[in-house]
Design a protein. Structure first.
Length: 161
């Protein structure tokens, strides 16, 4: 695993940054729960190593937009059904090799990114098809700090404790 060369971290939202649950009210989506520790992971990657974070989600969510704004995540891609297209664009935009990108996802729709990333993480509660091909299955579940766990592994590999 080449964590010492990671220069961009990308994540899915539901099932990674959240526990996959969504609360609906009469007017549609009302609530998603995000883990504060994951936010610190985003901040530590950016501040300590200059590693940007991006979110690629098949959903369009106002709460995710607010969360991304708070965390200063500039690469926010919502309503994406073609994740591989977005990954190919990011490789060009940041002038990176696939080996320099880490991705964390939890479900089968995330598997299309495999050819475009060097390291593929998944939460402990990802679906079995994803766990079987992930570079690393994390110890924490989606919405419970799995992004932070991944961020710390990357930072440690790059000499930050």
């Amino acid at each position: 695993m080449q964590l010492n060369s990671i220069k961009l971290v990308l994540t899915d939202c539901d099932g990674v940054l959240t526990d996959g649950g969504v609360y609906y009210g009469e007017s549609g989506e009302a609530w998603k729960k995000f883990n504060i520790r994951d936010g610190m992971g985003v901040e530590r990657l950016r501040k300590l190593r200059g590693i940007p974070t991006g979110i690629i989600s098949g959903e369009v969510s106002a709460s995710l937009v607010k969360r991304a704004e708070k965390l200063q995540i500039s690469e926010l891609h919502l309503g994406i059904k073609d994740k591989e297209r977005v990954l190919a664009e990011m490789l060009k935009k940041y002038d990176l090799q696939a080996s320099q990108i880490a991705y964390i996802g939890d479900d089968v729709n995330d598997l299309v990114v495999l050819p475009f990333v060097g390291v593929f993480f998944c939460p402990a509660d990802a679906v079995e098809q994803v766990k079987k091909v992930a570079t690393m299955v994390l110890n924490t579940k989606g919405g419970e700090g799995c992004f932070r766990e991944m961020a710390e592994l990357i930072l440690q590999a790059q000499g930050i404790n």
